[in-house]
Design a protein. Structure first.
Ligand code: DQQ
Length: 532
């Protein structure tokens, strides 16, 4: 499977639709043809029931595949899916609509395509018609009209095309796009949502957006999910970024690891916005075929905008805490240069770890070089966990074998830049496995930090065997990684440590960790649960 398509919460049930390849884990020639919309449901975002696919290619306007799209709930009652259909083997793309056949079925198992499909054709001057896809969730303007954006490449430029509709069925393109920027070409899986700076309450795009709200445009390209914060100019129907960045290497990322094609939705049960994404395998295609599956979805995260109006914050949904067992707790630890503290007493292959680091002095921060911003991974490779620093590196070593031949390091390093401090967070997979043929980069990203006032730098890492999701500084920076240590296959346990390799001693005022229970995932066929 690949990305989430059309997540929604409707009548007490969370729906997770997703791109699913019914032909197998991987087909090197044609892997994205014939895609269907897989469908799972949950009441808590943790335990899931897998259903039959909701949408399959069977009409001329999706005959070669049902690609990504979104769900919108019209006026709180009517769910609608709008998705991209492939009309031929050349991957020419149009947009289609499907509606639930029976709204009183709590799982909304069956979906019917409307007779007027395709509702949006690929006839636009300069459009590359095989790059015209992934419509967003709809939003409503003060004029009562619905809008959606569709990702496209127009005259070689990445564009969020804007469409308007009175009834969500018949759509007119607005000539001026919602936004375009020549730093990138095709934009996949656009996401467009409103946020109130400093508030973790989500906003429903199907309702009026309060004044003072900002808007976020997320684009997916080249395995990276990037976002821009700005304002939505209602008069011009245009997204205006707060800062225009022409070099896309400097765009802020939703996550600096293997986390792609994310999609958010408004969760009316908790009044929050939830985002999640596809995390692809980083082993080999033959591994995928042997496993019989490929691709997972991240843990859903609540997402909101920091009080500074610049930075999105993400945090695993609180429901994930229901899987915690066997808490261990350490307080007042001190890590001097070279110290390694083993975290024992939990299942290190399936764990949730929360740790705070407090440097005892801020004097030894090394000087920041702004050119590093262009390539944080290079900095993570060169200044890795074994390279002594001033403040840091400190962090966690996880999934480590007895002799450390295999391990993954998640760590921070603090730099001083003129008036502020900049932190580098890395998730270094280069020694994560002894197996050859894996993709094992050192992921990394930078973020600003008010070290003088905030003092504590927090790290939360969720380990679910091959999936390692790390949240730095309360969710200001996130890195998802996939690792395949031999120790994991052997299931003979792996070690976990907190470490410091900087000359400044680091206090650990609080370290809490838990083993995580398995979530329950059932599969439903023909009306009954067949596999628990
Ligand atoms: N995957 C879908 C496309 C989308 C791409 C096809 C992103 O709609 O652009 O499965 O991963």
């Amino acid at each position: 499977m690949n990305e989430i398509s059309g997540p929604m919460y409707y009548n007490g049930v969370y729906h997770e639709f997703y791109q699913y390849n019914p032909d197998g884990a991987f087909d090197p020639n044609d892997s994205l043809m014939n895609m269907v919309w897989g469908h799972s449901v949950s009441t808590d975002l943790i335990n899931w029931i897998g259903l039959e696919p909701a949408i399959k290619p069977d009409i001329p306007s999706d005959i070669c595949g049902c690609w990504t799209g979104s769900a919108t709930i019209l006026f709180g009652v009517q769910p609608v899916i709008i998705y991209t259909g492939l009309i031929d083997r050349k991957a020419n793309q149009v947009q289609n609509i499907a509606l639930p056949k029976n709204r009183s079925d709590p799982y909304l198992r069956e979906w019917a395509k409307v007779g007027s499909n395709p509702v949006i054709q690929h006839v636009i001057p300069g459009l590359n018609s095989s790059h015209f896809r992934d419509p967003t969730t709809g939003w409503i303007g003060p004029d009562g009209l619905w809008r959606i954006a569709v990702g496209a490449e127009v005259n070689g430029i990445g564009t969020a095309l804007l469409y308007k509709s009175e009834d969500f069925m018949s759509w007119t393109r607005i000539e001026r796009p919602l936004y375009s920027n020549n730093a990138l070409n095709m934009w996949e899986c656009l996401d467009f949502f409103a946020v109130v700076p400093g508030s973790n309450n989500g906003l429903d795009m199907s309702s009026e957006i309060p004044s003072g709200a900002k808007h976020v445009l997320k684009v997916s390209i080249n395995s990276c999910d990037m976002y821009i914060v700005g304002v939505y100019d209602l008069k011009r129907d245009e997204f205006v970024p707060d800062t225009v960045q022409d070099d896309n290497r400097l765009w802020t990322r939703i996550d600096y690891g293997t986390f792609y094609a994310s999609k958010s939705f408004f969760d009316s049960k908790h009044g929050r916005r939830v985002i999640w994404a596809w995390s692809n395998e980083t082993d080999s295609y033959s591994d995928d075929i042997a496993k019989g599956w490929a691709g997972i979805h991240s843990i859903p995260r609540t997402i909101w905008l920091d009080g500074d109006g610049k930075q999105l914050i993400q945090w695993p949904v609180e429901e994930i805490e229901s899987l915690r067992i066997n808490e261990i707790n350490h307080q007042g630890l001190e890590l001097k240069k070279g110290d390694l503290f083993e975290i024992k007493g939990i299942d290190t292959l399936q764990a949730d770890v929360e740790i705070d680091f407090e440097p005892t002095s801020i004097d030894d921060a090394e000087t920041f070089d702004p050119s590093w911003l262009f390539d944080p991974r290079k900095q993570c490779r060169e200044a890795d966990a074994s390279v002594h620093g001033g403040i840091g590196p400190f962090g966690l070593v996880i999934l480590a074998s007895d002799n450390m031949e295999e391990h993954t390091a998640v760590h921070f390093r603090v730099y001083k830049s003129e008036q502020k401090y900049i932190i580098l967070m890395c998730s270094d997979l280069r020694r994560s496995s002894l197996r050859p043929g894996l993709y094992t980069p050192a992921y990394g990203g930078f973020f600003e930090f008010d070290l003088e006032n905030e003092k504590r730098i927090s790290l939360r890492t969720l380990i679910d065997r091959s999936a390692v999701e790390s949240f730095g500084s309360g969710g200001r920076i996130c890195i998802t990684a996939r690792v395949y240590p031999v120790a994991l296959v052997d299931d003979d346990g792996a070690h976990m440590y907190a470490f410091n390799n900087g000359s400044t001693t680091v206090r650990v005022p609080q370290l809490r960790a838990w083993s995580m229970k398995r979530a329950q995932v059932n599969v439903m066929k023909g009306g009954s649960v067949i596999d628990a």
